[in-house]
Design a protein around this ligand. Structure first.
Ligand SMILES: Nc1ncnc2c1ncn2[C@@H]1O[C@H](COP(=O)(O)OP(=O)(O)OP(=O)(O)O)[C@@H](O)[C@H]1O
Ligand SMILES: [Mg+2]
Length: 239
């Protein structure tokens, strides 16, 4: 469904991606790991076509980029919009606030937004603004907004960054539940390998601008590349 071929990307003199290639199939849950500053967010932005790579190709087996959602590392909510309007945003092409829409459109938007808000446990927070929410709740709003168009491909950039352990577990569990329910091919970037590794089917490890490892979690432990092994072993206990 998505093919990434030989992506190169530099910022000034710094080479960030140096020939990245891989493919994603239907309905898989994939973890993208690697050191900080290693280019994971850059790669997601290139996959989502928010950023155009210096060279290489991304081919989406989708009718248009509408089948894809990217949840940015910072969550990127609109501070002045209600939770409801934040989530409705992708459905209405940014024509917010939604009370300005005609009645029929309002109705259809309302049912979709209400459904997803209830799925992420935020029905009661619909009329609040992001500043009134905890970090974990804001992350759930961002997840709801990414999911509301029912994407075929969901890219989640560090969805638990900055959250406490309990809120992190809530978000990771929710991602698994939503994946099982809606089945979007999902790529999760995370440094939280203790929570990431047990839930994903496959790991992509980005080191030195390249995919150093691409395979099932079961092969990660026996993959004896010293850099990757150190990186993983310091963050995850194989059992
Ligand atoms: N728009 C930009 N302009 C200049 N440099 C950039 C830009 N975006 C990213 N970089 C640089 O590219 C490198 C990779 O950044 P990126 O954010 O992709 O890393 P990352 O793997 O997501 O890191 P982290 O795990 O900390 O989120 C960094 O050195 C960063 O400073
Ligand atoms: Mg990043």
């Amino acid at each position: 469904m998505l093919k990434v071929s030989d992506i190169h990307q530099s910022f000034g003199a710094r080479k960030v991606l140096d020939g990245v290639s891989f493919e994603l199939g239907e309905a898989s849950l994939v973890g993208l790991i690697g050191p900080s500053g290693g280019g994971k967010s850059t790669l997601l932005k290139i996959m989502a076509e928010v950023l155009k790579a210096d060279s290489g190709a991304v081919s989406l087996g989708l009718a248009s980029s509408e089948g894809l959602s990217l949840m940015f590392q910072e969550g990127a909510l609109f501070d002045s919009l209600s939770v409801f309007d934040n989530v409705a945003f992708p459905l209405v092409g940014g024509r917010v606030p939604t009370y300005t829409l005609d009645k029929d459109t309002q109705e259809s938007v309302r049912s979709k937004v209400s459904e997803i808000l209830s799925r992420v446990g935020l029905s009661k927070a619909a009329e609040k603004v992001p500043a009134q929410l905890s970090g974990g709740m804001r992350r759930r709003v961002a997840l709801a907004r990414a999911l509301v168009p029912r994407p075929k491909l969901l890219l989640l950039d560090d969805p638990t960054a900055g959250l406490d352990p309990v809120a992190s577990s809530v978000i990771m569990n929710l991602i698994v539940e939503l994946y099982q329910e809606y089945r979007p091919t999902t790529v999760i970037v995370s440094h939280d390998l203790r929570r990431l590794i047990p839930i994903v089917d496959r790991i992509l490890a980005l080191f030195d601008g390249r995919i150093l490892f691409d395979g099932p979690v079961s092969e990660l432990e026996s993959f004896r590349h010293s850099l990757l092994h150190k990186f993983v072993a310091s963050r995850y206990d194989f059992v």
